[in-house]
Design a protein around this ligand. Sequence first.
Ligand SMILES: [Zn+2]
Length: 372
Amino acid sequence: MNNSFQIFKISGISIRIDYTWFIVFALVALSLGGNYFPKIYGGWPPELYWAMGIVTAILFFASVLAHELAHSLVSKARGVPVESITLFIFGGVARITDEPKNAGSEFWMALAGPATSVGTGIVFWLIHLLVGKSRTPIYALTAWLSYINLLVAGFNLIPGFPLDGGRILRAIIWQITKDLKKSTRIASVIGQIVAYLFILWGIRVLISGNLFNGIWIAFIGWFLLNAASSSYRQLAMREMLRGVKVREIMVTDCHGLPKDMPVKELIDEQILYTTRRCFPVTDIDKIIGIITLHNVKGIPKEEWENTKIESVMIPLEELKTVHPDDDLYKVMRQMTEEGVNQLPVLENGQLVGMIARDNLLSFMNARSELGI
Ligand SMILES: [Zn+2]
């Protein structure tokens, strides 16, 4: 999740670069400087082509950033918070932490991006026309930038969720049906169909001999497929967990284990003979940490007897805790973000229970089997 670093901040939004972005940046700069520009505008010195390749790639990703920023600013203006924008291998993605509040907001949020790309494309085209008499480097790169921005707008307007076009489609269905879940399902199914078409197209291009483009197109299809199905799952999950409190499903029979208990005793008497997988560790009656199956897995069997659980537990200071009145959806996100499977529930500094991913999953399974 965190393979990215921040480059700057714009109105509270963290602008980040994912490491995979360097691959696509290099590909764009190389193919422009090493192939496209020399082919179309022959006779210039090679250093000039490379410089043009790099400058054009920078301007291209600045345009992608403008596209994402447009989504984000409209989103913020409509009261939906935006955490960050990340440039990665497939372009840019804005991390918007909640669903838009109504169909109108979704519609304008989604439209803002492609509209900005069209605008950027037109601006580059005008510059291209203004310098248009002779074939200068600016003439060359504005031509490409204008074309690519219009292509970005066109690609994003494909009506497959979660592409912008799919979001616009979802907003329209949402406006008509007044049902966010249903409209997300429809938009996500269309998104998956679009994704399969991309994969098939990629395979066709690949068979026809264009290996690189074929793989690239199929790869985009695969990415869209994942995004389409996971955005529906996420929404369904959010709907299910929203408004349910930690208190309602947390496990409360958490008997603390004394900190000087040997790991062998923990395994023999607790882990092997109970269904619990996570135990609070106590010092007299104060909680000082938790120990899970995961923490003892790496310890060699001969050392079980002599290792105290205190030395392998996760100390309380390193643990994020939740409150009994926290929303389950928030807890689920917290677990995912921190890569943990359980969190202690604290009220007024006292441990009142534990909540595990398993609890959330069985809660959701029961609900979906009952169809509620
Ligand atoms: Zn967009």
